[in-house]
Design a protein around this ligand. Structure first.
Ligand SMILES: *[C@@H]1O[C@H](CO)[C@@H](O)[C@H](O)[C@H]1NC(C)=O
Ligand SMILES: *[C@@H]1O[C@H](CO)[C@@H](O)[C@H](O)[C@H]1NC(C)=O
Ligand SMILES: *[C@@H]1O[C@H](CO)[C@@H](O)[C@H](O)[C@H]1NC(C)=O
Length: 211
């Protein structure tokens, strides 16, 4: 009987540990993906060459950060990374919008992107039990979280980064595919969106220097 209940227990635990992306997330994320497909036009062409935005170093959240965190934080739950993704990118979008005047030609695009992002966040919050969001975070993630919410005037100069808006949205898009890959499965071969090389393949014109 012990082994039976153990088996049953493992069986019941399995789906929870895999932290599947709820199917309801896929519609808003695909809508977001549609907007992101125009990022080159709106985030590069409408800004001066070499234009950068000042962001906190923790707001530079790339595929390499995800792989590093997965290695460094033992038993890291995908849901925690997804929460971090929302937290980081909420700030990123806010900072992009802040540098644009009301009449900036990319303003409408960015406002819509932010609206779609908030819709996805709303669905994300609704589709998980509330306790999940009260769970204690692993130290390193909590640390990042605290840094992200720090008052801007208390952040020392060395911790700011100057990043182009296009590059910020590239990070946003690539990490979204990596963390919510179940929503972006393709009928072609299995894709590993978490690999930097996936995004480089045949996309030379979009290539951004890493770090
Ligand atoms: C996401 O957008 C890209 C274009 O940037 C497109 O190729 C891809 O099919 C889209 N994926 C989904 C699942 O909508
Ligand atoms: C991502 O890695 C860079 C260093 O490459 C670091 O500055 C940044 O804080 C990291 N971002 C997060 C969210 O951990
Ligand atoms: C958060 O900021 C502190 C400096 O206040 C820094 O030492 C620490 O490495 C940062 N944490 C992360 C995860 O980036």
């Amino acid at each position: 009987p012990i082994s039976l209940s153990l088996t049953l227990c493992l069986f019941l635990l399995a789906p929870v540990q895999m932290a599947q992306t709820p199917a309801s997330m896929c519609t808003p994320l695909k809508t977001l993906n549609d907007s992101l497909s125009h990022r080159r036009r709106y985030m590069r062409h409408n800004f001066p060459i070499k234009y950068t935005i000042r962001v906190h170093h923790n707001e530079v959240f790339k595929l390499s950060n995800i792989s590093r965190l997965r290695l460094q934080v033992e038993g890291l739950d995908e849901l925690v990374l997804q929460r971090l993704w929302f937290q980081v990118n909420q700030g990123v979008l806010k900072k992009i919008i802040r540098v644009m005047s009301e009449r900036h030609p990319s303003r409408t695009y960015t406002a819509e992107l932010e609206r779609r992002f908030k819709d996805a966040e709303g669905v994300f919050v609704q589709s998980h039990p509330a306790e999940v969001f009260q769970q204690e975070l692993p130290d390193m993630i909590q640390d990042t979280w605290d840094n992200l919410t720090e008052e801007a005037d208390r952040v020392s100069e060395s911790r700011w980064r100057y990043v182009s808006p296009k590059s910020l949205l590239d990070n946003f898009c690539h990490t979204m595919h990596c963390l919510f890959s179940e929503c972006f499965v393709s009928i072609e071969a299995q894709q590993d969106y978490c690999r930097v090389s996936y995004w480089r393949k045949g996309r030379k014109k979009d290539l951004q220097p890493e770090s």
